[in-house]
Design a protein around this ligand. Sequence first.
Ligand SMILES: [Mg+2]
Length: 182
Amino acid sequence: MTQISGIFMDRDGLINVPPPPEDRYVLHPDTFTLMPGIAASIRLLNQRHIPVAVVTNQKGVAIGRMTESTLIEIHERMRALLAAEGAEIQNIQYCPHQESDKCTCRKPLAGMLLKASTALNIDPQNAWMIGDQPRDLQAGRTAGCKTLLVGSASAPPGLADASLPSTELLPPWILENFPFQP
Ligand SMILES: [Mg+2]
């Protein structure tokens, strides 16, 4: 079995508790809280020397709900919460655009995954994209990754290579699928 070259993770709904519907976006570092099992999952990946990149659409920047500097503060909070549990993310890519910007980074496009691949020397063909929405998996597929859907959303047939009903089940899935290399 080949060593997995990297993991791409969506943010909202996978790493952190999704924002309340009335806000639509996490707008302040204080309202950023980790999903159960996610720090343990990232720690397991760290122990296996599998790089982890976060790839997140943050349209709230484009439409003026938050500034880019607030988004960066939110990501500092994410890093701090993970560090408190011995987990570390190697790369963060965010798309601050909206659809009308016609960017190449907004998922379901694969721009952020390709950028993170270059930054971390990840071979996308030998990587997984993990997310809670079909567009995450579409971005992963476009980049050439395997795809894991986590949570209650459903995906079109064939889009997910694997699925889990909750983030709490991610640590055992990692233990089973990414054993330590001899
Ligand atoms: Mg999400």
